[in-house]
Ligand binder design. Structure first.
Ligand SMILES: Nc1nc2c(ncn2[C@@H]2O[C@@H]3COP(=O)(O)O[C@H]4[C@@H](O)[C@H](n5cnc6c(=O)[nH]c(N)nc65)O[C@@H]4COP(=O)(O)O[C@H]3[C@H]2O)c(=O)[nH]1
Length: 820
């Protein structure tokens, strides 16, 4: 059957001629000044055969069919007049009202075309609407309707356009009325192509006797089933790598068989299954309506621990933890064609454990159901790692205590929530911890720190927090509106707790702790202020000898300010050359002659006058200026001493900080070389503090210095903890008995005993002993009696400027002369 078949009617050219005729007629009837021509002038008389094709429509809003010619009546399938257009067949009513409306709107004839389906045939009509005015003022539209030549059979068009094969089969029955075969009574072009049959090789054939695919037993069986009552049966067969899906509908003995090539779909399906089944990500399809699992892949079975059968009996909510049911369900409501979870979800596994997941989904048809294909990314491990990283960013790696950043954060929070209540900050510094590091090594030091942290963590609980700020510095937040008494009690407890011995690999170690306390709001309202002030209070606790706690006082702030001023001042002073050296004689008891001078640094401040070295040397050490300052002292002292008699030595104090600079030996060599002073005439005074840290390195430097021929004196002997043990570590040339022992010689027998012991020690070790701070003859007598070799003190002279040395020497009957 052809796709288009002409129906009897006028030839197309003739039909087209009518329209210009009517249009000319309308124009001719239009009188000057009128908007529309009169109805009678256009529509009455001389219309002849055209009258059959005219429908007269009237009305302004809702149009009504007032008259219709015979042709129009057939087209409308309606012979009645004076009925609303709405009562006509919808396709005709729409076409008429649209063309009439356009004509009325523009006040001119309007042409249009319309398609109507009649008996399965698609017909095209030309329409022309001619607006006219009736004698009594109403508007009438004359609508001309005529069919255009082209028509086609819709069913045929659909049949031939489809790629599916459509075959109509008549059932053949035997003498008993049983169906045994089928005869092809009609088919479309695609049927021959799909069944791979030559043109004309199918029509009127009995399929059971043919060689086409339709002769296959399973198809025959399928058709027999269809004809004996099965409606809408489906069959899928595979033939030469192609997949064909057949559906059959029987109308009495006639069967309509549709065959579709579903190979591509099958392949898509197969690749989907491959992707689904073998995907390492857990995947499933769930029913969009019931939320039942429709299919799960192996990864899902493995990952969730439910058997496949159990999975397929479950609904989605069964893998949601109960507290997330609502949010899961809400999210599901909002899901469209595709989705990926806007947040992490928790899912339950068969063993009850929870995993954190991200889900990605897409709507898919699945076995005739509307479903969602979901892929699951388990991010539990990633989340754990993230949590670990976040934890590490907030905690100290060695002790596991919160670190400085976290401490600050928590302190800020505590202050924000304090609402006027007090928050306490305790800064803790371990006393003598350096000794442990130096004596037992860093691993032991680390173990002590860990135990300190454990003790703090057990003592500081609840809203309070203990943290390690770095090194041997710890801190505590007391967040629960703490009173000064409570803060003090807490500090005492912590100090007692921390000074209890530590057992490190069977070795008992003892340290102490000093604590500085600042309380909000009095000592500050911001975390920075409180931390700074607690630190200042700690500094005071340390200066008080450690092992105690101290509250912050405003005075400390002033002192800190003063110290900051001094730091700036010191740097400026060095650049401005405000320092000078004074010299204090050292007198030999045996000869009653000056055996040497100790150089003592003086700062002549332009506004404040002379500033004591006891005040500025510790600051110079802290800010690192001591290295340059010490170097200057050495050079200056050597430069001066070279002018003195050859048997007069010069003593120079060295700071531990100069040992750290590592070029001390070079500086000494250079000072001697530049001045020309004999090394024998230079004595370097050190205190035992250089043995407290980096002992081995410092001892090595001392040995190098001694090899130069320079003398090494131990200053302030007897004030430290283990002066005696240092004597064993290094062969000192001189020990200087601290003036605290000299001061009370006359009054305290213990001081006599100490001086006697040191002098005796010096004699037996062949070390010169010098007593410092000798102010009275009485003291001198005691010292002489105890066998001390040398004395120094105000009794003889205070430190004097270089210019007065000659005078001093002269007083002792010694002449200053230049001799290296
Ligand atoms: N009460 C009393 N005091 C006496 C007597 N005789 C001397 N003195 C003081 O005792 C200190 C002796 O110096 P030191 O123990 O080395 O103690 C020194 C030394 O440790 C340090 N120092 C001074 N100059 C330098 C230097 O150039 N470099 C370094 N690193 N430190 C220095 O400053 C400390 C203090 O120095 P000064 O204030 O000059 O104080 C000096 C001196 O003036 C006395 O009979 N009675």
């Amino acid at each position: 059957m052809s796709a288009a078949k002409k129906m009897p009617g006028k030839p197309a050219t003739e039909m087209f001629d009518d329209i210009p005729v009517l249009q000319r007629k309308w124009r001719a009837a239009l009188r000057p000044g009128d908007r529309l021509p009169r109805y009678e002038d256009v529509m009455l008389g001389s219309l002849g055969r055209l009258a059959d094709h005219i429908a007269l429509l009237k009305g302004d809003g809702t149009l009504e069919l007032s008259r219709s010619g015979r042709y129009v009546q057939k087209w409308l399938g309606e012979e009645r007049w004076d009925i609303p257009l709405a009562e006509l067949a919808p396709d005709c009513a729409t076409a008429l009202s649209e063309v009439a409306a356009s004509a009325l709107k523009n006040g001119r004839p309007h042409q249009a075309s319309a398609h109507c389906v009649r008996d399965g045939m698609v017909r095209t009509y030309d329409l022309l609407a001619l607006p006219t005015a009736s004698r009594w003022g109403a508007t009438l539209v004359g609508a001309y309707v005529n069919e255009r030549g082209a028509q086609y059979n819709l069913l045929d068009a659909i049949f031939s356009a489809t790629d599916d094969a459509v075959v109509s089969l008549a059932t053949l029955r035997d003498a008993n009325g049983q169906p045994f075969d089928f005869q092809v009574v009609h088919h479309n072009k695609s049927a021959e192509l799909l069944l791979e049959v030559a043109s004309g090789g199918l029509l009127w054939r009995q399929i059971g006797q043919g060689t086409s695919l339709l002769a296959a037993a399973e198809i025959m069986e399928f058709l027999l089933k269809a004809v004996s009552g099965g409606r809408g049966e489906q069959l899928e067969i595979e033939s030469d790598g192609r997949y064909l899906r057949m559906s059959a509908t029987a109308f009495a003995d006639v069967i309509s068989l549709t065959i579709s090539d579903v190979t591509a779909m099958k392949r898509r399906d197969a690749s989907f299954r491959l992707l689904f089944d073998n995907n390492p990500m857990p995947m499933w399809v769930f029913d969009a309506e019931t939320k039942q699992f429709l299919s799960v892949n192996d990864a899902a079975v493995q990952h969730y621990g439910y058997s496949r059968a159990a999975f397929l009996r479950m609904k989605l909510h069964e893998i949601w933890p109960e507290d997330e049911w609502e949010s899961h369900a809400e999210a599901l409501e909002r899901v469209g064609e595709t989705y990926h979870s806007p947040r992490n979800w928790r899912h339950l596994r068969a063993d009850g454990s929870e995993i954190e997941v991200l889900t990605f989904g897409r709507r898919v048809p699945f076995n005739d159901r509307d479903g969602y294909l979901v892929a699951v990314a388990d991010i539990t491990e990633r989340r754990k790692a993230e949590a670990r990283i976040a934890y590490m960013a907030h905690h100290d790696g060695l002790t596991d205590l919160p670190n400085r950043e976290y401490f600050q954060e928590r302190l800020k929070q505590a202050l924000d929530q304090a609402a006027g209540k007090r928050v306490g900050v305790l800064y803790i510094d371990l006393d003598l911890f350096k000794n442990i590091n130096d004596s037992f090594g860093h691993p032991s030091g680390d173990r002590v720190l860990k135990q300190v942290a454990e003790r703090l963590a057990t003592a500081v609980r609840g809203v309070n927090l203990a943290a390690r700020l770095g090194g041997d510095e710890f801190a505590v937040i007391l967040a629960a509106d703490v009173s000064p008494n409570e803060a003090s009690a807490c500090a005492t407890l912590l100090i007692d707790m921390l000074k209890a011995p530590y057992d490190i690999d069977g070795q008992e170690m003892v340290i102490g702790a000093s604590i500085g306390i600042a309380l909000s709001p009095g000592d500050g309202t911001t975390s920075e202020e409180l931390m700074r002030n607690a630190d200042m209070a700690l500094y005071r606790a340390k200066s008080d000898g450690g092992g105690v706690h101290h509250f912050f006082e405003r005075e400390m702030d002033l002192q800190a300010q003063k110290r900051r001023d001094m730091e700036v001042d010191l740097r400026r002073a060095f650049a401005n050359g405000e320092f000078e050296l004074h010299y204090q004689p050292l007198v030999s008891i045996a000869s009653d002659r000056i055996s040497g001078f100790e150089s003592l640094l003086r700062w002549r401040h332009p506004d404040k006058g002379m500033i004591s070295p006891a005040e500025f040397i510790p600051v110079a050490e802290d800010i690192g200026l001591i290295t340059q300052l010490g170097e200057w002292v050495l050079r200056e002292a050597c430069h001066e001493a070279v002018k003195w008699p050859s048997d007069v030595k010069v003593a120079v104090n060295l700071s531990p900080a100069q040992f750290r600079s590592r070029n001390l030996v070079q500086v000494v060599i250079s000072a001697l070389a530049q001045s020309g002073l004999s090394p024998k005439r230079l004595e370097l005074e050190i205190t035992e503090s250089i043995f407290l840290a980096e002992t081995d390195a410092n001892l090595a430097i001392l040995h190098q210095l001694r090899e130069l021929g320079v003398g090494i004196s131990m200053d302030d002997f007897g004030t430290g903890y283990s002066s005696l043990s240092y004597l064993r570590s290094f062969p000192f040339d001189k020990i200087k008995i601290d003036r605290s022992f000299v001061k009370d010689l006359a009054q305290r027998p213990d001081c006599v005993a100490i001086v006697r012991a040191i002098s005796g020690l010096g004699r037996s070790l062949n070390i010169t002993t010098t007593a410092e701070g000798v102010e009275t003859e009485d003291q001198l007598d005691w010292l002489r009696a105890e066998g001390c070799n040398e004395v120094q003190g105000f009794l003889f002279s205070a430190a004097r400027p270089a210019a007065e040395i000659a005078k001093l020497l002269a007083e002792f009957g010694q002449r200053a002369s230049r001799a290296a």
